[in-house]
Design a protein around this ligand. Structure first.
Ligand SMILES: C[S@@+](CC[C@H](N)C(=O)[O-])C[C@H]1O[C@@H](n2cnc3c(N)ncnc32)[C@H](O)[C@@H]1O
Length: 457
């Protein structure tokens, strides 16, 4: 069959279709629709699972005829999903809609897309998603595999608004840039949405993040099902539960979660459910004074006690500016706090996708409350486990990491965390290292300090 000229025809691997169907909680009598059924991969998975009330719609005549011939037990429609009038709603809508940018669509279809997505441009899958949501029964499920772009693209705002208005997202499986489709390589996600009225503040999304691209759809099927059935991470997926998105703008903002300053030692083994340090990335760099003033006002007006400082984070080769926040009680408070800073005139940055295992470095400007406890060593007056010591010269990040690694391997003190910084004092700036460890003693700090002095002489 000649398929290269079809609108966004790309075949989904059967295992991926099976995985998507597995996310459904609705019984086999459900009325199901596959939108853009192609050569019937989803129809096949549905038949294998024993679903009987299945509809498929396909715009391409040849593909339609193929399905009509091979799925005589199902109702197959030749038509344009975006304009076709169904006289009933569905329990499950599933599929892999076409991904075709507006400019590459035939004019009559791009005009329809424009009307549905309510913006001047976008992608046909935005329109499929919106139409599908509107065609669901209350409690019905939409299970789609889509490029990740609609999470942040400005033109997809109406898609996000529609999702938030009509229901909730229950599951996201982020497949990153897995090469699932021949020749095509978009960053894809599978998501499951449920129509209904929910108090989104109390809802959580189950999020699976794939860890490697060196896998295949059979493994993805097995490991994703395993992870979701047991609510745990495994070799292929990181499993987390995140608060539900509340706002179609904030949904796509850039927030960095720093689970614990001692991350490399403890966090892998414990579930962190309270935010420790959160960075809200801003569009532009903002002055320290503005952040302090805004934070004071926010705390006063809302009877909160969050600590805001100016920070810069370098991820790979890119540098971002933002507000470093401490003292947030729950993850679900983050959107509210973002809103408060937005109201103070801060513009929040759009999220970016970061490759796994990318090095990053954070620079924070803040005030210290310290006392000198030994020559060149200062203890925090707010936190007895936190010390600062002066080092004789500045090191760039790579060099600091190398020296630190070497020292850690050649010392009896273990389980501490260090960071590099500077103090401003009367004579200008001096280089310092911040060290934290539960129940750390001055002798331990002296030992580590001496090692840095010896190395940097
Ligand atoms: C990404 S393919 C997926 C095919 C199949 N569901 C699968 O997963 O293998 C998208 C399909 O949608 C069809 N299509 C494109 N625009 C359509 C429209 N407006 N209405 C119905 N089907 C459409 C294409 O012909 C293509 O078969």
């Amino acid at each position: 069959m000649e398929i290269s000229s079809k609108i966004g025809f790309v075949e989904t691997p059967l295992e991926i279709a099976k995985l998507m169907l597995n996310l459904s909680n609705i019984d086999k009598n459900a009325l199901v629709l596959d939108t853009g059924c192609g050569r019937g991969i989803f129809l096949q998975a549905l038949r294998d699972q024993g679903f009987i009330n299945v509809w498929g719609i396909e715009i391409d005549k040849e593909l339609y005829e193929y399905c009509k011939e091979n799925f005589k037990d199902f109702k197959i429609i030749l038509g344009d999903f975006l304009t076709y009038t169904f006289n009933h709603k569905f329990d499950i809508i599933i599929g892999n809609p076409p991904y075709v940018h507006f400019n590459q669509l035939p004019l009559e279809i791009s005009n329809i897309v424009k009307k549905i997505i309510k913006t001047g441009e976008g992608d046909i899958y935005y329109a499929f998603t919106i139409k599908a949501i509107l065609l669901l029964k209350e409690g019905g499920e939409l299970i789609y595999i889509l490029p990740y772009h609609f999470f942040y693209n400005t033109y997809a705002k109406f898609v996000r608004e529609t999702l938030l208005k009509f229901g909730k997202i229950e599951i996201i499986i982020d497949l990153d840039e897995m090469r699932l489709f021949n020749n095509e390589n978009p960053e894809t996600i599978i998501f499951k949405f449920r129509r209904g009225r929910y108090d989104l503040k109390n809802e959580k999304i189950k999020l699976l993040n794939i860890k490697t691209r060196k896998t295949n759809s059979v493994e993805i099927y097995k490991k994703a099902v395993g992870s979701l059935n047991n609510d745990i991470s495994n070799e292929l997926f990181d499993y987390v539960e995140i608060p539900h998105y509340m706002n179609p703008d904030l949904w796509s903002t850039f927030v960095v979660n720093i689970p614990s300053p001692l991350a490399s030692y403890f966090t892998r083994f414990t579930q962190i459910n309270k935010p420790n340090t959160i960075l809200i990335i801003t569009k532009d760099s903002v002055s320290f004074e503005r952040i302090l003033r805004a934070t004071r006002k926010i705390n006063e007006l809302n009877v909160m006690n969050i600590g805001g400082a100016k920070c810069e984070i370098t991820i790979g080769k890119k540098r971002y500016s933002g507000i470093r926040l401490k003292g947030i009680e729950e993850y679900s408070d983050i959107p509210k706090i973002q809103e408060l800073y937005k109201n103070e005139g801060f513009e929040l940055a759009k999220s970016v996708k970061i490759k796994k295992e990318t090095d990053s470095m954070i620079r924070v400007n803040k005030f210290f409350n310290l006392k000198e406890v030994s020559d060149g060593i200062y203890q925090s007056l707010n936190d007895k486990d936190r010390y600062y010591f002066i080092i004789p010269k500045n090191l760039d990040w790579d060099h600091f990491r190398e020296v630190t690694f070497d020292i850690k391997n050649n010392i009896n003190v273990t389980g501490y965390d260090v960071a590099k910084g500077i103090f401003y004092n009367n004579d200008g700036i001096v280089e310092m290292v911040r060290i934290i460890k539960p129940n750390i003693t001055l002798d331990m700090v002296k030992e580590v300090h001496q090692k840095y002095i010896d190395r940097l002489k």
